[in-house]
Design a protein around this ligand. Sequence first.
Ligand SMILES: Nc1ncnc2c1ncn2[C@@H]1O[C@H](COP(=O)(O)OP(=O)(O)OP(=O)(O)O)[C@@H](O)[C@H]1O
Ligand SMILES: [Mg+2]
Length: 594
Amino acid sequence: MDDGYNREASRELTKLLPAILFLRPYLKQVAFAGVALVATAAITLSIGQGLRLVIDQGLSEESGALLERTIIIFALLVVCLTVGTMLRFYLVSWIGERVSADIRLAVFKHLIRLHPAFFEENRPTEIQSRITTDTTLLQTVIGSSASIALRNALMFIGGVVLLVLTNPKLTLVVLVSAPLVIAPILFLGRRVRRLSRSSQDRLADVGTHAGESLRHVKIVQSFNHEARDEFEFTDRVGAAFGVAVSRIRQRTFLIALVMLVVMAAIGVMLWIGGQDVIAGRTSAGELAAFIFYAFIVAGALGAISEVYSDLQRAAGATERLVELLGAADGLPEPAKPAELSKSGGLTLSVRDLSFAYPSRPEVLVLNGVSFQVRPGEMVALVGPSGAGKSTLFDLIQRFYDPSGGAISLNECGLRTLRRSDVRERIGFVPQDPVLFSGALRSNVLYGNPGATAEQLDNALRLAHAETFVHALPKGLETLVGEGGVGLSGGQKQRLAIARALLTDPALLLLDEATSALDAESEHAIRRSINEIKGRCSILVIAHRLSTVRQADRILVLDSGVLVAEGGHDALIRSNDLYARFSRLQLEGRTLPAA
Ligand SMILES: Nc1ncnc2c1ncn2[C@@H]1O[C@H](COP(=O)(O)OP(=O)(O)OP(=O)(O)O)[C@@H](O)[C@H]1O
Ligand SMILES: [Mg+2]
């Protein structure tokens, strides 16, 4: 009947094996913990024998000396048991903490290098919860449940052996009731596990929803959306609560059932054994020892049933973590990478480039794009929103591999180069710059933490960020990002330019902010570009006439196709799309609206 369940349950638990691999560096601690575990189990079991001696010899034969000796041995055993338990508890908890910390590290180390498309298919918030909740679960299991299970398994086996040795007839009662205890554990345990997985998913939902609303609290309040948010949140919290309650109900039932069966069995034993003692077939000490072992065996079973669902939950957690650890890198590094020169100019060549996002393979976001940017050149890329400009920047930095065509730096294809080498030579200013929580200084030093104070000042000056930075009361030590002060879009963009310049790139990819910048920021960025020009090649996605006018050449991108190339004046005359675009977009952004 339960063959299928047994097989399924053991298959579940094998999913814990990968977590066990993380124990390998700590074999010494595991060995010591194992010795402490076996020793404490053995001592606990021997107490039953002591009990028998005390009752049968010490009390019955009224030999005071013997009683005294037995008590001394008992006291020694208790001391050993205490020390062993201390050791066991410390070591096992230590191993649990260490291993879960190692798994956390391993997962993060793997994920942080993974191709960005992975995080489009897998929500980062969900991954975050896996790194925290799933590893915490493993920590509890390795640091306590597993040791409880092992200790009690030992006590169970030892207890049964001693039961048989003490009184084979009464042992029959135990053996008959054992399946009655084990069967519901297997049945209900499986259901508990399923419910707890779903309860964890529900909880992740709650976290995601709260995080999103709180992060964008201005939008929420601006649209008077608080009540509706509250309503939706109530729903999710309710769902999580509902699943949790059904889990608790199953578990309550399980615990009650196990207790009832165990107590009934002990009652029967007392009844049968008591009659044997009265009839003189067995001694009182033997019955006492037997009851002691029966309690141990029952307690062990109960403890195992308690932690069994923990073990199963941990199996699920391990499975998810192993999934993350096993996620293949979608952008494989070359076995024998070509060498990209660490200094000097860089020629960017894009040939017949086509690309579709993995999530929308049928839409070509870029289609047959070819162009070159030579060392020291400044090229502006313009085109309507959604034309594929930012996507092109992603491809140049190899965040994705193209569907067709190729990108090369100094005639080396991107796929033949180490990703880190490519990114070392390229500076990137994103469309909406991100600042990490921390000081302004660490944000600017982000790509080059070893830069000197002089290099830092120079980068800030080139980006025309020094004036506003020094006007802040705490200057470079001002805290920004989450929990820090807010900066305007233009200020953030100038900091992002400084951050990119500090890495001394050969090619600067500048994705101009689409949002209207204040006149001062716009002016600053224009002067900044003027100063950077000639120091490195610049490929700039331009939304402003002032930027376009600074460029040596303009590329016009429309729906993923490069439709024209040339200087501003020539393009105005020769290309309708550009002329219209220039009139409506570029100039509109520079001149105040009429
Ligand atoms: N991660 C993504 N997955 C799927 N499609 C995407 C993704 N990012 C962008 N797209 C789509 O690719 C197209 C090009 O987007 P892209 O961001 O490159 O436009 P853009 O030219 O930079 O526009 P803008 O001037 O508004 O910044 C758009 O249609 C967009 O919807
Ligand atoms: Mg863009």
